[in-house]
Write a protein that binds this ligand. Structure first.
Ligand code: KG4
Ligand code: ZN
Length: 350
């Protein structure tokens, strides 16, 4: 087994849970020595969403060159690394298998320890990531309330310390990113919907349509499917009176975005106050949303930690960061681990 040298541990990470084939190398769980992301977005855009079989096949084609490229970017050899981290779940089973199998083979050949990482945990640890040459970000303080908003998940977790997650609530139906993607499709905007809605909303009036804010009082859960249906009803009504061509896409996008942002910010702030959190962390693809970032910054009395844009959507740097913290806490895995396509964050041992 290779010697682990915590003050300068270098972790190579692989991420293949969905439609990005990614590999990164980080030092100390933060400093990026290399980060390569091969996006399949254009391939899936023609299906209007991720096509699982196509994703797995594409990962097989892209992964080895992506890993090579990361090692070249970092100017490192296998001997200069301390561990291999890999996304084990949640995600698409076939896609996850491609990454896990390669990671196991590399760990076996190199003798490096293998660290299986939860993808959601990776999103949270994206807040520790910084580019080589830049100063490290301020360390989030615990207890830390983490709002995770991605294409597949929307949940609030209270972290009392590193690697410990107490789930306060989550979505009962659509994830926030999924709602963005579905509403974008209703409005005739391209996939992925989040950036498209944000772009269209810039020219729109967020107060023109009063879409519902599902507060679900008394719980920290979220629900976005009613909001999506309300947008659908409004679109149908407008199409009947104005015609599809005249649909006020910008106002619809801005009003929908405002409803999502209100609920996410409002509930997270209330949860932070009632749970004794000292700070709030926002992560996942939807954390790239400018309106959401601005609303948190302007409304929160708590320090807010939001990763830079490039690390909000899927990448392997965040998996390397989470992998580093698992490594230094002695949480390595054996070579016979399997993928876990549904792996709740709250199942991770604290
Ligand atoms: O975290 P991520 O890359 O993948 C998952 O783990 O799901 O998140 C992708 C999701 C998509 O639903 C996408 O529409 C959304 O994040 N997203 C955004 C923005 N950028 C990406 N949603 C709102 N505004 C954005 N700027
Ligand atoms: Zn993700």
């Amino acid at each position: 087994m290779a010697k682990i040298n915590p003050p300068a541990a270098r972790v190579l990470a692989i991420e293949t849970s969905c439609d990005e084939t990614a590999c990164a190398i980080l030092e100390n769980g933060g400093r990026v020595l290399a980060s390569v992301v091969a996006s399949q977005m254009e391939i899936h855009a023609r299906y209007g969403g991720v096509f699982p079989e196509v994703a797995s096949r594409q990962h097989i084609l892209s992964l080895a060159p992506v890993v090579e490229q990361a090692l070249n970017q970092a100017h490192l050899t296998w001997r200069e690394l301390d561990a291999i981290a890999v996304t084990r779940g949640p995600g698409l089973a076939g896609a996850l298998l491609v990454g896990l199998n390669l990671a196991k083979g590399l760990a076996l050949a190199s003798g490096l320890p293998l660290v299986g990482v939860n993808h959601l945990e990776g999103h949270i640890y994206s807040a520790w990531v910084y580019r080589n040459g830049e100063p490290p970000p301020a360390e989030p303080q615990f207890p830390l309330l983490a709002l995770l908003v991605s294409g597949g998940h929307t949940e609030l977790n209270l972290m009392e310390r590193h690697l410990s997650y107490r789930r306060l609530g989550g979505t009962l139906d659509d994830a926030a990113g999924e709602a963005f993607d579905k509403v974008a499709r209703l409005l005739g905007l391209e996939y992925p919907g989040g950036p498209a809605i944000q772009h269209a909303a810039r020219q729109g009036n967020p107060e023109r349509f009063k879409f519902p804010r599902p507060w679900l009082e008394g719980s920290w859960d979220f629900s976005f499917s009613g909001l999506k249906t309300a947008v659908l009803r409004e679109v149908r009504r407008l199409e009947a009176s104005l015609g599809r061509e005249q649909l006020p896409v910008a106002d619809l996008a801005a009003s929908f975005q405002a409803a999502v942002v209100d609920v996410l910010v409002g509930k997270t702030l209330r949860a932070a106050r009632s749970s004794g959190a000292r700070a709030i962390l926002i992560a996942g693809g939807v954390a790239a949303n400018q309106a959401l970032r601005e609303a948190f910054q302007s409304q929160s009395e708590f320090p807010i930690y939001i990763p830079p844009l490039w690390v909000c959507t899927d990448n392997a740097a965040m998996i390397a960061a989470a992998g580093y913290f698992r490594l230094i806490h002695g949480k390595t895995d054996s070579l016979d681990i399997d993928v876990l396509p549904t792996w709740p964050l709250s199942d991770m041992e604290g």
